[in-house]
Write a protein that binds this ligand. Sequence first.
Ligand code: SF4
Length: 222
Amino acid sequence: MPGSSSLTLFRRRLLAWYSRHARPLPWRRTRDPYRVLVSEFMLQQTQVSRVEIFYPAFPKRFSSIEELARARPKAVREAWEGLGYYARASHIHALARVVRRDFEGKVPENPEELERLPGVGRYTAGAIACFAYEKPVAAVDTNVARVIRRVFFGDGGRGTRDGSRQIWDLAAAIVPRNGKRAWKFNQAMMELGATVCVARKPKCPECPVRRDCKVGRRLGRG
Ligand code: SF4
């Protein structure tokens, strides 16, 4: 776990970079839980550029959880057409029905409750809690896990594979306690992993947090 002053610097540099470089993705402009939910389901197995094309149509076709819950399975599948991985369409439909039945149509805010819903894993639960309700909780997808592993573990360390307890514990410890900052921080971590700290060839020379990163510092010395 980094010291508090180095963590403060890391966050500050990351957030400043995000303010300047974030892509204007449509789901970043909303806090509507239903729309955030739709975007997270679509992003589970589909590239951002493709989701950008398909995302606007779904909430137009089914404007709320209620409407989605009432829809026929065939109609939901048709609205998912083009995105592939149709199990997601069945899951989001089943989720809408559970939310209507058990939560009076309101998407829960609590990650533990969210994780019990159909098609929602630990990452998606954290993402909905944070991106829709600005809860200061971790949301660790593959990109975030890679950034954490490189910055704080030097790309190694026992037990630091994606989804491991070490990665999640660290992610939870570094999320700002303020909800709005947590929202931005989690988005920024994902953005860094998607555009700079990419899987094959991380772009360390242009990385805003290279001075805070174990891998970046090592390369700087080389
Ligand atoms: S310095 Fe390199 S390895 Fe470290 S976070 Fe930035 S891009 Fe990733």
